[in-house]
Design a protein around this ligand. Structure first.
Ligand SMILES: Cc1ncc(COP(=O)(O)OP(=O)(O)O)c(N)n1
Ligand SMILES: Cc1nc(C(=O)O)sc1CCOP(=O)(O)O
Ligand SMILES: [Mg+2]
Length: 562
């Protein structure tokens, strides 16, 4: 961008020095060559999760007017920490649809802003018209508005297509201290946009610029500034105190025209703060779109940003001083052990399925992790933690330890019943029964790549498990068992019916051990992939030996029936 030449640059000479660039290129001829539909699709790829198509139960249509919708009018950030990209992520994370009007394309990374291309105002106007004339937008959120003309175009569009609320993040200075818009825009803010705004969210530097460079050094200065900015016309003002390093906490001042609120959160020690302002404003917009009051939208947004910062504090993206953070709370798992990256669910993992039992471990004086390690070393191909009496916190800690062990052997680990625990420890999946959380809900919570097993005693239940998106079926009790109270025994015949009807792989369970595993497997039932065992492994002196012996019997039988 440093070597850009001017094209159709009616305001370039004024803007370029303000931006700190020798030259700024205006994109008119280039942009008109772009396929605008494609450009739109790139940014709209993050779909909201509310348009659900039910498998087997018809399609659920949710009308445009019912889907909370934020339109962001902002600049693109190539580093994806701030701008349009941050807004899309924040709205996706808050389950709100987000459409986009791009005002400028910035070349940015974790070091700073290297270049800015301002889009011509007729292109901005066209984007605004396309979205607002077609879609039901609840809230408009503004970010970088790089010229007075763009501010005017936006205000005109908003007068023509009124929305429920307008959130103005008066972007002037980026987190990396680069100046993003010039003073000419300030007049547009004060005279046209602020009087239309439901909330304006400047940081300390922006508030200072808005007030003619008055220094803001304390919370009482922030209160005074909030009042003065409120006098410019917006219904509410939020001054973000993240940069007020005199204070240990991050204190924001919210003023609704009558009362001041000091919103306090602990300061997260991290350099990954690029995009916090955009994310906060988008989150406020998202909550307003869902129908929240202003104060509760602001509180939720602040908590959301604090949580995302805390989650992202150790992420390393880029080499510069100010990294992006992860509002989707999704990136940490990517760098996990190589297990997940290598493979998803493999039905052959059901061959020797070891299910733990806390009472048995207590009886033999073993921790869950010790029991799991022995089973895995003996050849268990999948582990389920079935800890009916465990305290939640203790369960999560044990599960994390077991995950490390299992993943070091390439063995998946599932949690019985407790989807919350599976989520908290990032287990490989869950096993749920007919009276536990429905598999469809568990799938929605856990996502598409986790393993979900469902207990089934009948072909109808097996069909439903498949419809609900399960990965496998646990079928039993094949034999009577004393491990699970009042369990109905379905016998080998019942197992056969389920296996024949099932569209999913099946593991047999209930009263199975060394003495009868061969009988179950040699039936050669379709879809039967293995046996799930509790007491025959964990209510024995040497788990490793028992597992090894069972593995040998089951794999031998499986080979025979192939
Ligand atoms: C592999 C496997 N199959 C069946 C079950 C039983 O689950 P459920 O019916 O939910 O009963 P509980 O185990 O929760 O008592 C299972 N755990 N694993
Ligand atoms: C947990 C469980 N589920 C069953 C079902 O029929 O769905 S039977 C069972 C207990 C299995 O323990 P053991 O291997 O000690 O018999
Ligand atoms: Mg259960």
């Amino acid at each position: 961008m440093a070597s850009c030449t001017f094209v159709n640059s009616w305001h370039s000479p004024q803007v370029a020095p303000i931006l700190g660039f020798k030259q700024v290129r205006i994109l008119t001829p280039l942009f008109s060559d772009l396929d605008r539909k494609n450009q739109r699709h790139v940014f709209l790829n993050m779909q909201h999760s509310q348009c659900v198509s039910g498998i087997g139960s018809g399609t659920t249509h949710i009308s445009d007017a019912k889907i909370p919708h934020v339109l962001t009018v902002a600049g693109s950030d190539s580093g994806a920490g701030a701008g349009i990209q941050a807004d899309l992520k924040a709205c996706a994370s808050r389950h709100v649809f987000c459409s986009t009007v791009i005002t400028a394309v910035t070349a940015q990374n974790t070091v700073g802003v290297q270049g800015v291309e301002i889009l011509p105002d007729d292109v901005v106007a066209e984007q605004l018209k396309s979205v607002l004339s077609d879609m039901h937008v609840d809230v408009v959120k503004t970010g970088m508005l790089p010229s007075l003309r763009v501010v005017k175009v936006l205000c005109q569009s908003l007068r023509k297509f009124p929305v429920k609320a307008i959130v103005v993040d008066p972007v002037m200075v980026s987190t990396s201290a680069d100046v993003l818009v010039g003073p000419s825009v300030l007049a547009g803010f004060r005279e046209e946009l602020f009087p239309m705004a439901d909330i304006v969210t400047p940081n300390i530097k922006e508030a200072s610029v808005l007030l003619g460079d008055v220094p803001l050094k304390s919370v009482s200065d922030m209160r005074r500034a909030a009042k003065l900015i409120h006098d410019m016309g917006p219904r509410n003002v939020l001054i973000k105190g993240g940069d007020l390093h005199a204070s240990l906490d991050a204190i924001d001042v919210f003023f609704d025209g009558e009362e001041f609120y000091e919103l306090c959160s602990s300061r997260v020690k991290t350099c990954n703060t690029h995009g916090t302002g955009c994310t906060l404003a988008s989150c406020i917009a998202a909550e307003l779109a869902k129908g929240s009051s202003m104060l509760s939208a602001v509180k939720v947004a602040k908590r959301f940003v604090e949580t995302a910062l805390d989650y992202s504090k150790d992420l390393v993206i880029g080499n510069g001083p100010q990294g992006p953070f992860d509002p989707l709370l999704a990136l940490k798992n990517i760098n996990r052990s190589s297990y997940r990256q290598e493979r998803l669910f493999n039905p052959n993992d059901l061959l020797v399925y070891a299910v733990t039992d806390s009472n048995m471990n207590k009886k033999w004086g073993r921790s869950i992790a010790e029991a799991v390690k022995a089973a895995v070393e003996g050849g268990a191909t999948i582990i389920q933690l079935r800890e009916k009496d465990a305290e939640t916190r203790e369960f999560i800690e044990s599960a994390k330890a077991c995950l490390k062990i299992c993943h070091s052997y390439g063995v998946p680990l599932l949690i019985n019943d407790r989807v919350d625990v599976a989520l908290a420890c990032d287990a490989d999946g869950v096993h749920v029964g007919q009276s536990d959380m429905p598999a469809r809900l568990a799938r929605r919570l856990l996502g598409p790549e986790k393993i979900i097993g469902v207990s089934c005693k009948t072909p109808e239940q097996a069909e439903q498990a498949w419809i609900n998106g399960a990965d496998y079926i646990g079928c039993g009790g094949v034999y009577p068992t004393s491990t699970k109270a009042n369990n109905r025994t379905i016998g080998l015949d019942g197992l056969g019916e389920v296996c024949k009807a099932s569209k999913l792989p099946v593991v047999a369970i209930g009263g199975i051990g060394l003495s009868n595993a061969h009988d179950v497997m040699e039936l050669g039932l379709p879809n039967l992939k293995g046996v799930a065992v509790v007491s025959a492994l964990f209510d024995r002196e040497c788990i490793l030996t028992e597992t090894r012996n069972l593995h040998s019997v089951v794999s031998g039988a499986a080979l025979l029936v192939k």
